[in-house]
Design a binder for this molecule. Structure first.
Ligand code: DGJ
Length: 726
């Protein structure tokens, strides 16, 4: 899969349908030569013979060095020595100036994939890795570029480490994880954008000369932008066009840039946001930048999606959970908010257990004096006025009903009105001499302090040790501001943002090791930290605080573009919806919540008898389809965001024997003939049964299935498709 042609000085990485090619120019510079449809023969040596007049020939010598540097498609471009396009590496040297000039120094191809120190990353023994070493002899800096592939998946995983091999102190002011040079042509930049309760809407913009960027400087991957950027050919669709994607396996501040140069070629870069970042690298120390997943599809977005789904299922999600059925849960947040006690929770649990629900999750408000969002974060002691008899008694009571128990934490936070803050005001991030800005009445813990990390860990672990708790919802409800630490010295303050993310990884990793059976669900004001980094620790992430089923269609479509359905936290909530005020039929809410980890977020003791009576069948249906939803291939059929009338996607089992079609008619249309929907992913030479009728797979995929026209707005249905043998 990975090879080096010594004679031609060409590296070639092959995946089933793509090839990634680099070459060494003039024995010194590592250049990107090609990424695209798989090329069988390694005859790309001619790409290194740049015509003399292009000024990217190494033989032009120093007289035109700047033109050479600014035109060469550097594989890992650096700041300060002539490449004026977006760079990946900016280093401040001992004299206080900037400039890196990396030269090729060697390579190694190994089987497997090395772990990245302290960072989440894809894994698998069946992988293969190319490590290319570059050096700057002036700074005495070694840079290692890693490229890994796994069999059967069209992705290339990249990361970078930087090592100070000299004696002087160096300051890393920018270490992005990957650069991709793509040729000319009309392209669009595709990203996922949004806001609170409006996360991950698919957004496309034409790329023009200049730069476009996506970013988060909030210390979390954010509601606003997602750490994913794709350069797609103009009008690329689900099954047509070229797609070059970069997905960052990181949960903190990030930056992704698409640049169209003066000559019309494109460059994409992705990595930790350089703003507020400066990492001190002492002699002998290394810095490891997080992983970027590169994905290429020559056949549109569908293929990109399925490759990423497969990669994350097989090589990123916690092994224990990836294909394990998750409990159907009921969460009390929208049911009670802070106003609950033991009796209320047990009443909800009792009713839920009687209707087939498998786990009660106690959300925010069980600790300290937390009767609203203005106190007690950090005081992780059970409020025994609310939970009389203590937590264990409640958990035992829920367990006695045959249900599992889950609990909410927001470990990274501290309320100014808390015992812990009064005792340790220096445990919060703050800038000297300034009152730190609160958000939701809370401050952020300074996780660079070892004693704070220990306190946070023991607070969570202590509660988990005290009762039979099966699940934790790890929430995070504000961005990082006032990023200052009274612990770190002045010249290490630029490490604080990244150190916060590393600490979250350390804490969650430790928790998963001590409690190997724990089901961890991440959450951040809904989906503000929904990213591949968090998925490494938690097999599911709460998708959005917007639980309106219709609003969820666009949010879930954007999320499904990159993530397998099994990781998407989706619940049926009460109506009128708490964030939007809209009412949608109960069945439609359940159909939409099937696109993920199904659950309920309502007071089951208070909904109508008719709705309550529908729950057991909904739960059973989810349980029956759960293996298909977790393991099957996902196909987007229609997007409500695009057509404004209906939404439709399909999941097909790997053996193509079963499939489900999720259809939501958002707006009914008068005098409109029935829709014909072309199915995807079936066996072309087999028959299928739908509602008692038999069709050929070929007809369903080419001519389509005629849908019965549901009456009214907001109607959701699930259609089962099974292979039929005559
Ligand atoms: C934000 C989360 O997204 C909600 O689900 C809920 O857990 C609240 N925080 C609790 O404060």
């Amino acid at each position: 899969m990975i090879g080096f042609d010594e004679k031609k000085q060409i590296f070639k990485i092959d995946t089933p349908n793509s090839s990634y090619v680099m070459g060494i120019v003039g024995g010194e510079y590592l250049a990107h030569l090609y990424y695209g449809q798989r090329i069988e023969v390694n005859d790309l040596g001619y790409l290194l013979d740049f015509p003399e007049e292009d000024l990217i020939n190494a033989s032009v010598g120093n007289g035109e060095k700047v033109s050479f540097m600014d035109r060469l498609p550097h594989e890992y471009p650096c700041h300060g020595t002539g490449d004026f396009r977006q760079s990946c590496l900016k280093v401040r040297g001992p004299q206080g100036n900037w400039g890196v000039d990396l030269r090729y120094a060697g390579y190694e191809i190994v089987s497997g994939k090395p772990e990245l120190d302290g960072l989440p990353a894809t894994f698998g023994d069946d992988g293969e890795t190319l490590a290319i070493t570059l050096r700057d002899d002036c700074l005495v800096l070694k840079v290692k570029l890693l490229y890994s592939v796994f069999p059967g998946i069209d992705c290339v995983m990249r990361s970078v480490s930087v090592e100070n091999q000299g004696t002087d102190m160096l300051y890393l002011e920018e270490v992005l994880s990957a650069c991709l040079n793509v040729g000319e042509g009309d392209c669009e930049a595709l990203s996922l954008t949004g806001s609170w309760a409006r996360e991950r809407h698919i957004t496309r913009q034409k790329v023009d000369v200049g730069v476009q960027l996506i970013e988060s400087a909030r210390g979390i991957s954010s509601h606003q932008h997602h750490p994913f950027y794709a350069l797609v050919s103009e009008h690329a669709g689900q099954e047509s066009g070229e797609v070059y994607g970069m997905h960052f396996v990181y949960s903190g501040s990030f930056q992704g840039i698409v640049e169209k140069s003066q000559h019309g070629s494109h460059r994409m870069v992705m990595g930790i946001h350089p703003q507020d970042f400066c990492w001190q690298l002492k002699s002998g120390e290394s810095f490891q930048a997080p992983e970027v997943v590169l994905v290429y599809s020559g056949t549109g977005l569908d293929a990109m999606t399925r490759n990423l789904h497969e990669l994350y299922r097989e090589h990123l999600l916690p092994r224990k959970w990836v294909y394990q059925k998750r409990p159907v849960l009921i969460n009390n947040w929208e049911a009670t908010y802070f106003d609950f006690d033991q009796d209320k929770l047990l009443a909800i649990a009792k009713e839920a257990a009687g209707h087939g629900i498998e786990m009660l999750v106690m959300d925010d408000g069980w600790f300290g004096r937390r009767d609203s969002d203005n106190s007690s974060l950090g005081d992780w002691k059970v409020n025994e006025e609310k939970l009389r008899g203590g937590l264990k008694k409640l958990v035992d009571g829920v367990n006695a009903l045959g249900m599992k128990f889950g609990i909410w934490f927001e470990p990274e936070m501290i309320s100014p009105d808390s015992e812990v803050y009064r005792a340790h005001p220096d445990w919060a991030l703050r800038l000297p001499g300034r009152e730190p800005a609160q958000s939701r009445n809370q401050l952020v813990m300074d996780l660079s302090r070892p004693e704070v990390r220990e306190y946070v860990y023991e607070s969570v672990a202590g509660i988990l040790r005290s009762a039979n708790i099966s699940y934790v919802k790890w929430d995070m409800n504000r961005p990082l501001t006032d990023v200052g630490s009274s612990y770190l010295p002045a010249d290490r303050q630029g490490e604080l943002m990244h150190r916060h993310t590393l600490a979250v990884y350390e804490l969650q990793g430790r928790l998963c090791r001590e409690f190997p059976d724990l089901l961890l669900e991440n959450c951040a004001s809904g989906g503000a930290r929904f990213d591949p980094g968090m998925l490494y620790y938690s097999p599911q992430i709460w998708c959005s605080d917007d639980t309106d089923a219709i609003e969820r269609l666009a949010i879930q479509e954007g999320t499904q573009l990159l993530y397998p359905l099994s990781v998407i936290g989706a619940h049926v909530s009460d109506c009128p919806n708490h964030v939007l005020g809209r009412s949608v039929p109960f069945e439609t809410r359940a159909v939409v919540a099937m696109a993920g980890t199904f659950g309920y977020e309502l007071d089951i003791t208070k909904i109508s008898e008719e709705e309550r009576a529908a729950i057991p069948a909904q739960v059973k249906r989810y349980q029956a389809y759960a293996p298909l939803i977790q393991q099957g291939d996902y196909y987007r059929i229609a997007s409500y965001q695009d057509n404004h009338y209906y939404d439709c996607y399909q999941v097909v089992s790997k053996d193509k024997k079963t499939s489900i079609l999720m259809f939501v008619q958002v707006l009914a249309q008068v005098n409109r003939p029935s829709r014909t929907i072309r199915l995807k992913g079936l066996a072309i030479d087999r028959d299928y049964q739908i509602d008692g009728k038999v069709y050929s797979g070929e007809a369903l995929m080419k001519a389509g299935l005629v849908m019965k026209r549901p009456h009214g707005d907001f109607r959701g249905e699930i259609i089962e498709i099974s292979m039929f043998s005559r």
